[in-house]
Design a protein around this ligand. Structure first.
Ligand code: ADQ
Length: 456
């Protein structure tokens, strides 16, 4: 059977225990294990000298990793990937910058990674590439003679043409994606945005089935909303429940209802707006004061980028301001925590929380929303309040309370509705969401993508 080679910017550490491995890593590793697979990409280290490709085998998967030098890291990773593509693909043109040298570095690293891949790629291998760091990766491989079947999945939103146009080399860049055989998105909106970008190009045609034809090559497109593993999450949640209860005992002991939010510290997650909506709730409904506890867990990410330093400062200021305004000797309205937790603790916290508050300004999918639902006790579930601008809203609209993350008052009203929702309604909403999560779990996601990719 043909091997599966997964390519992503970052390869999960080889000795990652279940403790910290997220659902995506577990799901991908499942696919690689089935196919005698290889996971290829950056090992997360930055060095002054080039580090050679290292192949290590563990549990039936070969990890093929290499380090990046400082210039590559700065230009390809912190620069074009995370200071140009990430903000623009999340519609934050105001936070994006474009620097030609960084773009050149992005292309250079893609070419370098393609060269490294070619050193061990066999003609019959299938290649599955992930995310915005690697848009031109297939083209770089084709330029070096690869004729393998190659698929690409974008984890984040795809911008509409007018927004994409704010990346100066957008045409050239999007055009490179036509070297893949299959390009997958989280939602139909993202797929249509991609096709709209291509329709505007004179030498490309898009047929009625959404197949893109360019240079005699056909690229199929599809929608593959990423899922979670409900059974694994439930296991973790039950394991972590007691511990989570203990660490928040002064919260529970006081019979306070917990509202929980967990995000990478990123401006796309809408945390400032969320804090302000919680402030609006406490402002308009004094009876909730000291009866609710909002916990925001936000481990820092990409902290060497200016816009991330800014959002961090802003969140500290807002949390401080709101706590100063409402705190009492025995109650602090917001617990703002910059730490990571292991899976059982995190899932246990979800299980103990009355409300999962997930309100990104824009998000490809948002796995936290799905994890919160899967971690609930079906007898006494909490309520998910979810941004209508997260990909997950397309699937969870029957059970979640959908909110516009720019509407503070509307969000405060939804919080109130969630906190006061009768048990019966909570159970019905939870059951509706669980049906979706079970049908479209992480295995279904990767199996659908893989079977479409392998199809002739
Ligand atoms: P992210 O932007 O990282 O992912 P998300 O989908 O929510 O966002 O995934 C974050 C993951 O990290 C979750 O599994 C969560 O449990 C975990 N996590 C977050 N904070 C943590 C903490 N403090 N401790 C431990 N674990 C924590 C990108 C896209 C999303 C898309 C995913 C997958 O931006 O839109 O859903 O990829 O495709």
């Amino acid at each position: 059977m043909a091997r599966l080679v997964v390519v992503s910017n970052r390869v999960a550490p080889i000795d990652d225990k279940k403790a910290s491995a997220g659902g995506l890593a577990v799901g991908l590793m499942g696919a690689m294990r089935e196919a005698g697979g290889i996971w290829f990409g950056w090992n997360g280290q930055v060095s002054t000298t080039p580090t050679p490709l290292r192949m290590q085998e563990k549990n039936g998967i070969t990890f093929a990793t290499l380090g990046l030098n400082k210039r590559d890291y700065r230009q390809y990773y912190s620069g074009f990937s995370n200071a140009t593509l990430w903000p623009i693909f999340h519609y934050r043109i105001d936070l994006a910058r474009f620097d030609r040298a960084e773009y050149a570095g992005y292309l250079r690293v893609n070419t370098m990674l393609a060269q490294q891949l070619m050193s061990f790629l066999k003609p019959e291998d299938t290649v599955w590439v992930h995310d915005y760091h690697l848009l031109p990766f297939a083209q770089a491989c084709r330029a070096q003679g690869a004729r393998n079947r190659m698929g690409f999945f974008l984890h984040i939103p795809f911008p509409a043409p007018q927004v994409a146009a704010t990346v100066p080399p957008h045409r050239e860049l999007i055009r490179t994606m036509c070297s893949y055989d299959l390009v997958g998105f989280q939602t139909e909106t993202d797929r249509q945005a991609f096709l709209d970008n291509l329709r505007a190009m004179p030498d490309v045609t898009v047929d009625g089935a959404g197949v893109v034809h360019a240079d005699g090559h056909a690229t199929r497109t599809g929608v593959y909303p990423i899922g979670v593993s409900p059974d694994l999450i439930e296991e973790d949640a039950i394991e972590g429940q007691e511990h989570s209860r203990l660490i928040t005992r002064n919260v529970r002991g006081g019979r306070r209802k917990v509202i929980i939010s967990v995000d990478r510290l990123d401006y796309s997650k809408g945390m400032v707006e969320r804090f302000c909506s919680y402030e609006a709730l406490l402002e308009a409904n004094p009876e909730y004061r000291s009866r609710v506890q909002f916990i925001q867990i936000a481990p820092p990410s990409r902290s060497d980028i200016g816009s991330y330093q800014q959002i961090r400062k802003q969140l500290e200021a807002e949390a401080g301001r709101i706590n100063g305004k409402f705190s009492d000797l025995d109650w602090m309205p917001i617990r703002y925590i910059n730490k990571s937790y292991d899976r059982p603790t995190l899932m246990g916290l979800f299980r103990n929380a009355a409300v999962g508050y997930v309100t990104p300004l824009r998000d490809g999918m948002n796995l936290v929303a799905k994890e919160y639902v899967a971690a609930q006790d079906p007898e006494t579930p909490g309520v998910l309040v979810l941004s209508m601008l997260a990909g997950a809203a397309r699937e969870l609209d029957e059970g979640a309370l959908l909110v516009n993350p720019y509407d503070r008052i509307g969000m405060a009203e939804a919080l109130q509705q969630a906190l006061d929702m009768p048990l019966r309604e909570r159970q019905e909403r939870h059951a509706a969401m669980m049906r979706v999560l079970r049908v479209n779990d992480i295995d279904a996601w990767r199996n659908r993508f893989m079977s479409d990719l392998r199809q002739q």
